[in-house]
Ligand binder design. Structure first.
Ligand SMILES: *Cc1c(COP(=O)(O)O)cnc(C)c1O
Length: 377
């Protein structure tokens, strides 16, 4: 169990997540945004984020104030020029959100949609790109947190690169836990945020961008504050953020990145999350819950379960009973099926997973639920 001095519930959600006490404590200071200490902290965090994807001098890391969506909106707005066209691979809410951003930006786009429990398909993408030479950029969500499904990033990147287009990856819920290697994976941008697998607090999004691509992006962005090019220029010129930075959030991320390194880096963190996910899946199956995804498509980030058909099962009551016992789970987000989700990420360890499984069994007894089988499809 985490020894949480604040006695907060454990967040078994897609983020914000339970952070370590030391990461929280790192925020108990004030920093001048234009002071050397803060400038150094910014440089250190940007460098460490690049290291996490093995990026060299060919890439730059541009942080931006706000949640993950702010970074996605800034990246799409900055990288896709007026005469560009985006193709979005959609199998959940976050893919749909990128299409919606294009609506706001008045950028032309196409969508290839697969059902929410089906990974996107590189072959279908290749056919679409063959037929549409106007597409300049392709966007894919690495782990679609809507369901927790893992999309075939390598296969998508192969096709996009072979077709001479640029790839933009929403790696929000995978960055820091599922390996992405900038030396092997051709991409123009990989986007993530401080508060998911990096186990920082919310308030900073960032993109790792191919330098040669970003250099061509002056004047593209339809927004003043969400202009990744100008943000980068500012950081490069004097090391400072263009507008007031979330100083405490950066300090927490700085500490969280030290803790990620101490844990053993991306592979060790991924291994802990995988072990959490496997224990959780096995335990919930044993209770009788049914996963919404095929096992082979599941990322070790968040699990989605079909709501039991037993009329005595009430998600809100289940949620409240677990909440009283110190665990927060998450409602479902699938459009087709009635589901709920349980996260595997953050400062969550084997003992925590075993404890929440015990509390789930107790909650089901309290509710009088005898079967967790879902409504037959
Ligand atoms: C969390 C998340 C986002 C960003 O959501 P915010 O609420 O803006 O932080 C985007 N894409 C994916 C896949 C996510 O998991």
């Amino acid at each position: 169990m985490t020894t949480d001095a604040w006695d907060d519930p454990l967040l078994l959600t897609p983020g914000p997540l339970t952070t370590s006490d030391t990461t929280k404590a790192a925020m108990l200071h004030d920093w001048g945004s234009r002071d050397t200490r803060f400038i150094e902290m910014t440089a250190r965090v940007r460098r460490r984020l690049l290291e996490l994807v093995s990026a060299t001098d060919d890439h730059v890391c541009v942080p931006i104030q706000g949640s993950g969506t702010f970074a996605i909106e800034a990246t799409l707005g900055t990288l896709i020029p007026d005469d560009g066209k985006l193709l979005v691979l959609v199998n959940g809410a976050y893919g749909r959100r990128m299409a919606k951003i294009c609506d706001y930006h008045n950028r032309p786009y196409e969508v290839i949609e697969t059902p929410e429990d089906v990974p996107c398909d590189p072959d279908t993408l290749e056919q679409a790109l063959n037929q549409d030479p106007d597409v300049t950029h392709v966007a894919v969500v690495h782990c679609e947190t809507t369901s927790g499904i893992l999309n075939p990033l390598d296969g998508v990147a192969d096709v996009v690169s072979r077709q001479g287009r640029a790839l933009i990856v929403d790696a929000m819920s995978s960055f820091g836990a599922i390996e992405i290697d900038a030396r092997k994976l051709p991409f123009d941008a990989v986007i993530a945020s401080s508060n998911k697998c990096l186990e920082g607090v919310p308030g900073i999004g960032f993109a790792v961008v191919r330098r040669s691509a970003l250099e061509r992006c002056e004047g593209n962005a339809p927004s003043l504050s969400l202009d990744l090019y100008e943000q980068w220029l500012g950081l490069e010129s004097n090391g400072q953020w263009r507008f007031t930075p979330p100083t405490q959030v950066l300090a927490a991320l700085d500490q969280a990145l030290v803790e990620l390194r101490d844990e053993g880096g991306v592979s060790a963190r991924g291994a802990r999350y995988t072990s959490n996910a496997m224990t959780l899946m096995a335990g919930m199956r044993e209770i009788g819950f049914v996963s919404a995804l095929n096992e082979e498509d599941q990322a070790p980030i968040i699990l989605t379960f079909l709501t039991p058909a037993d009329p005595k099962f009430d998600f809100n009551q289940f949620y409240d009973l677990l909440r009283e016992r110190g665990f927060l789970i998450y409602p479902g987000k699938l459009t087709e099926a009635d589901t709920f989700r349980v996260g595997c990420i953050g400062q969550v360890w084997e003992d925590d997973v075993l404890a929440v499984l015990d509390e789930m069994r107790a909650a089901l007894v309290t509710m009088g639920v005898t079967s967790c089988a879902p409504v037959p499809a």
